[in-house]
Design a protein around this ligand. Structure first.
Ligand code: NAD
Ligand code: UGA
Length: 439
């Protein structure tokens, strides 16, 4: 079996590599020559745990190839997956220009039946547009080649993308024909040996499922953040409350961690896009509008704690900042809460020395010389007025507090992820500001 994957970002590269792992021949395509050159030279352009091994193995086996030539990649292909970006437009709706450009290019070059599956997160109705774009190109060529479109939303998480792809909770596929269903079933069967299901449905429902899933997860996060802020006012402890509600199986204990607000390339843009789709169709998604508002506010909560601790006098102060990526185990900085906290500290006249285990290059690219970068977490703390923890990398969980005491000017920690034990820090006489708990 042979497939093509268009777009070799987080989703395309992980999907292509994991498909190759099942013995399928995969051609990954990207317009970014730099990425393709790197991939053809044994280098992976993103940080994703576990990807390196299976990438190398499948390249060596000759099953995984990289090219900028979409046309050639379609030769003998049974399914082509569109996995290009769908960034937010100015008005918050998903920008489909990359998806539709790929659809047109497929229409310009296909010469046999194939399934064209959209893996990018796209608004309801996009598969119809993909189909129209391909048909238009076939018409221009005056050829009649049968094909099927399908919606195959991706649910992987950055940082555990390989594991999520190899062992998915479910696969969602929207199709309009049995022929397409058969191709997709064959491709995905090896990933479902754990008994988890392939859910076949109509295309509109598959497209909606993706947005509903991300919006639901974002809603849980904003909900727990809002409750955390109330806990703080009322003297309750969000960690106890989180465990108290999460042990009810109807609620469940996942995705209930309060923090500095959700970031990343997906929740912020997908929540916005669904709100926009609903508005366009005369329906106001009021819950999601509140989710977004709470999240925007949450990104500033840690800064406000710093600001009030110093009575607004932040001029000339320097803070050590641990964690720049939007979450641990990734180098992705898109919509990272760290950027909001850094911007606010700089605006208030403070300076920042930051450290992140893998996102330093990406942070340098985005922030330039606005902040300074330390070689490790302890160097960042030398003579700093306080430590601000933004991303809960495992290696930040058990620092040597004696060393911190020596390095920091003041024994002061602002913890945006509640990873430390307040009673331990109290014993060590640190001033400690968590989220939604007594300091
Ligand atoms: P990304 O920005 O990392 O990668 C997109 C890639 O597409 C880039 O390398 C770009 O050069 C390439 N591209 C753009 N136009 C192209 C064209 N015409 N031909 C070939 N390649 C082209 O994006 P991503 O994070 O992988 O996300 C892709 C899609 O998947 C988005 O819709 C996103 O919402 C969705 N998604 C992302 C995740 C995630 O965790 N990142 C998870 C699930 C779904
Ligand atoms: C998210 C979804 O979890 C994936 O299922 C989905 O495929 C993906 O978006 C997508 O559509 O692109 P991702 O953005 O990689 O994945 O990361 P998450 O682990 O979901 O975290 C998103 C944000 O929420 C992070 O900033 C994280 O710190 C925050 N978060 C997460 C919390 O604040 N609390 C939690 O309990 C969980």
């Amino acid at each position: 079996m042979k497939i093509s994957v268009i777009g070799t970002g987080y989703v395309g590269l992980v999907s292509g590599t994991c498909f190759a792992e099942t013995g399928v021949d995969v051609v990954c395509v990207d317009v970014d020559q730099r990425k393709i050159d790197m991939l053809n030279n044994g280098q992976i352009p993103i940080y994703e745990p576990g990807l390196d091994d299976i990438y190398k193995r499948n390249v060596e086996k000759g099953r995984l190839k990289f090219t900028t030539g979409l046309a050639d990649s379609l030769q003998d292909t049974e399914a082509v997956f569109i996995a290009v970006g769908t960034p937010p437009d100015e008005d918050g709706s998903a920008d489909l220009k990359y998806v539709l450009a790929v659809a047109r290019e497929i229409g310009q070059n296909m010469d046999h039946y194939m399934v064209v599956a959209t893996k990018s997160t796209v608004p309801v109705g996009t598969s119809v547009k993909v189909k129209e774009a391909i048909l238009e190109e076939l018409k221009k060529r005056k050829v009649d080649i049968p094909f099927d479109v399908a919606s195959n939303p991706e649910f992987l998480k950055e940082g555990s993308a390989v594991e999520d792809f190899l062992r998915p909770d479910r696969i969602v596929i929207g199709t309009e024909s049995e022929k397409a269903q058969k191709v997709m079933k064959r491709l995905y069967k090896p990933f479902l040996l754990n008994g988890h299901p392939i859910l076949f449905m109509d295309i509109t429902s598959a497209e909606m499922t993706k947005y509903a899933a991300n919006s639901m997860l974002a809603t849980r996060i904003s909900f727990i953040n809002d409750i955390a802020n109330l806990c703080e006012i009322m003297g309750a402890d969000i960690d106890a409350v989180r465990k108290g509600i999460g042990s009810d199986p109807r609620i469940g204990n996942k995705f209930l961690y309060p923090g500095t607000g959700y970031g990343g390339s997906c929740f912020p843009k997908d929540v916005q896009a669904l709100i926009r789709t609903a508005d366009e169709h005369g329906h106001s998604l009021d819950i999601l509008k509140a989710v977004e508002k709470v999240n925007d506010r949450q990104k500033s909560v840690l800064f406000h704690k710093i600001y009030s601790h110093f009575n607004g006098d932040l001029k000339g102060r320097r803070f050590a900042l641990w964690g720049l990526a939007f979450k641990p185990k990734t180098d992705d900085m898109r919509e990272a809460p760290s950027l909001v906290v850094i911007e606010k500290l700089l605006q208030a006249g403070a300076t920042v020395t930051a450290y992140d285990p893998v996102a330093m290059d990406e942070a340098r690219r985005i922030l330039g010389d606005k902040i300074t970068f330390a070689k490790d977490e302890y160097e960042a703390c030398i003579d700093a007025d306080g430590l601000v923890l933004i991303t809960e990398w495992p290696e930040f969980r058990l620092p040597n507090f004696k060393v911190l005491e020596r390095l920091l000017k003041d024994k002061l920690i602002f913890d945006g992820r509640n990873i430390y034990d307040p009673s331990e820090l109290q014993e060590l006489s640190f001033t400690y500001y968590p989220i939604g708990r007594k300091s």
